[in-house]
Design a protein around this ligand. Structure first.
Ligand SMILES: Cc1cc2nc3c(=O)[nH]c(=O)nc-3n(C[C@H](O)[C@H](O)[C@H](O)COP(=O)(O)OP(=O)(O)OC[C@H]3O[C@@H](n4cnc5c(N)ncnc54)[C@H](O)[C@@H]3O)c2cc1C
Length: 375
């Protein structure tokens, strides 16, 4: 306990999906929560993402699933199309928040962040932008934290939710490699074609492409570029280079190519993964979200794990008499599920690069079904 009128206190590093969810869940459970976020403003990089059933279920527990469905585009089916442009597999995903609501939602990242930010602040969380943590000193039942503005905090719990390049991980002594999987992923914001009412994924002879609706009006076209070293392309070349990569796909991708070529919002990122093999916690300190387990985007589930982490952490802290025991129980409950997801995403990335798509689809399907089990 600390000086905040008997409330337990938490410092969370990072106001991303994991940090904001954990903050809201802890504040609802009566914790006094502050977040130190490195970026100076709330702007979030522009592409969209797909929140699968487990994300929606966790968001529903916070009362936020309907807000995401209202801002985004609800859907339940993934259609896989083979190299000849012929639909080869149709996966109907389980509806985890009831038969009347969709299995998943595509949403623009800024909208998701706006919803999570608003909820955290509604619950009384203080979000400080342009701030990070310089040192962490776990004491017996408390944690001393020095922030980058020179101020100090003594808190009951320190949560590192600072993403795949987490510096909290290093400050706690959890070194781990950030692996590059040999793929670059592209996202282009486009008007949604009327036929894109679910996710469509097109296998190519070399790369994989597809479309994810994120609102009634918009979708993003994605392309996974295989066998390349991570490199930067000049902004001005992105549209023409993406058009070249899409040109080799048959069928509906021709239409997507025309839309993507005209997009003024295109991003290209390397596919990196992280999986902490040892501890995620030390005393009353823990890392969550991508800082502990960052899957490749093929399973569209990194945010799902991050959101679940926030909820489960608050649940386990409520269940146990000390913070340290709560944190230990959190890691014990999460480790296997997160490991399975990250490893499956890495395997699928390899199968894609080997053009073994027919093996990748059932693997992804089975993993989605496993993730449908309670977190
Ligand atoms: C191309 C791509 C597509 C993806 N698509 C999907 C998808 O469709 N569905 C899905 O579920 N997942 C997807 N993911 C994964 C998903 O984006 C991540 O798993 C999720 O964002 C992890 O959330 P997080 O809060 O742990 O980390 P982040 O979202 O990275 O947030 C970390 C936060 O910490 C802040 N920060 C960083 N360092 C510091 C510091 N030192 N001090 C203070 N603050 C700091 C950052 O500014 C950021 O706000 C995708 C990932 C990529 C790369």
């Amino acid at each position: 306990m600390n000086e905040f009128r008997g409330k337990r206190s938490a410092m969370i590093v990072g106001a991303g999906v994991a940090g904001l969810t954990a903050a809201a869940a802890l504040a609802r459970a009566g914790w006094q929560v502050e977040i130190a976020e490195a970026s100076r403003d709330r702007a979030t990089a522009g592409w969209g993402l797909c929140l699968t059933g487990p994300s929606l279920r966790a968001l529903d527990a916070l009362g936020l699933a309907d807000a995401c469905l209202a801002e985004g585009y609800g859907m339940s089916v993934i259609t896989h199309v083979d190299v000849d442009g012929i639909p080869s597999d149709r996966v109907e995903l389980p509806r985890l928040i009831g038969a009347r609501r969709p299995a998943m939602v595509g949403i623009a990242r800024p909208q998701l962040h706006r919803i999570l930010h608003a909820e955290a602040e509604r619950c009384g969380v203080l979000v400080h932008h342009g701030l990070t943590v310089n040192s962490i000193d776990p004491q017996q039942a408390l944690v001393d934290v020095r922030l980058s503005d020179g101020t100090d905090r003594r808190v009951d719990l320190l949560v590192g939710a600072d993403g795949i390049r987490s510096s909290v991980r290093g400050l706690l002594g959890f070194e781990t490699p950030v692996d590059y999987l040999g793929q670059m992923v592209w996202r282009a914001l486009v008007p949604r074609p009327a036929w894109a009412t679910g996710i469509h994924q097109f296998a190519g002879k070399v790369n994989t492409a597809g479309i994810v609706p994120i609102s009634g009006r918009h979708a993003y076209v994605f392309l996974t570029e295989n066998g390349v070293q991570p490199n930067m392309l000049p902004e001005a070349e992105l549209a023409s280079r993406l058009a070249d990569l899409l040109a080799v796909f048959p069928g509906r991708v021709e239409e997507l190519r025309a839309l993507a070529s005209a997009s003024d919002s295109i991003v290209r990122r390397p596919v990196h993964t992280v999986l902490l093999s040892g501890a995620w916690h030390r005393g009353n300190c823990v890392v969550i979200g991508d800082a502990a387990h960052a899957p490749a985007p093929q399973m569209a589930s990194g945010a799902a794990l991050a959101i679940e982490d926030g909820l489960v952490l608050a649940e386990e802290l409520k269940r146990h008499s000390t913070v340290e025991r709560g944190v230990e129980a959190f890691v014990a409950r999460r480790a296997q599920r997160c490991r399975t997801l990250v490893r499956t995403s890495v395997t699928i990335s390899g199968l894609e690069q080997a053009q073994r798509h027919s093996e990748a689809y059932p693997l992804g399907d089975a993993c989605h079904r496993r993730m449908a089990e309670p977190a």
